[in-house]
Design a protein around this ligand. Structure first.
Ligand code: TYD
Length: 144
């Protein structure tokens, strides 16, 4: 996977007769303190969302119903991930460009985040993103 991203499995209770349940617990399941939860739904299939990066935000995305195609980018790489399983979670850390495409009908995308909404944390211009992300990832390499 790209830097600052990974997929992980959420464990829970699965029962053919009674159905499935997945608990989400801070620190046990989610690698940060959850300060904000939001969900995206009613997205027309022709619409795409995202097209931004965050400078300093950790998020976990869970497609609790339906499916969405995530396009993730860092300055040197692009990766696609289909989220279509409520027991699968996608971690996205700082400085990863994300786009959301191809929402299927009825999709609900749950997002957990470690900071309150902060407009100034967004980078919405791709050229600006590339410029800041190059410095960010170069700094990371230097500090290793
Ligand atoms: P945005 O993050 O741009 O959505 P997406 O990346 O899915 O396209 O947010 C869309 C709008 O919702 C924008 O006007 C800001 C607002 N918003 C909040 O008020 N609080 C939040 O926690 C989030 C994520 C968005």
């Amino acid at each position: 996977m790209l830097k600052n991203t990974y997929l992980f499995k959420l464990s829970g209770s699965h029962d053919l007769e009674y159905g499935d349940l997945i608990p989400i617990e801070e620190s046990d399941t989610i690698p940060f303190v959850i300060r904000r939860v939001y969900y995206i739904y009613n997205v027309p299939s022709a619409s795409s969302r995202g097209y931004h990066s965050h400078r300093n935000l950790n998020q976990v995305l869970i497609c609790v119903h339906g499916s969405v195609r995530m396009v993730l980018k860092t300055p040197d790489k692009t990766e696609e991930v289909i989220l279509n399983d409520p027991s699968q979670a996608l971690y996205i850390g700082p400085m990863v460009w994300r786009e959301m495409h191809d929402f299927s009908l009825g999709t609900v995308l749950l997002v957990l985040a470690d900071h309150h909404y902060d407009k100034s944390d967004y980078i919405r211009n791709f050229d600006q993103y590339i410029s800041e992300a190059r410095k960010y990832f170069a700094g990371e390499a230097d500090s290793k």
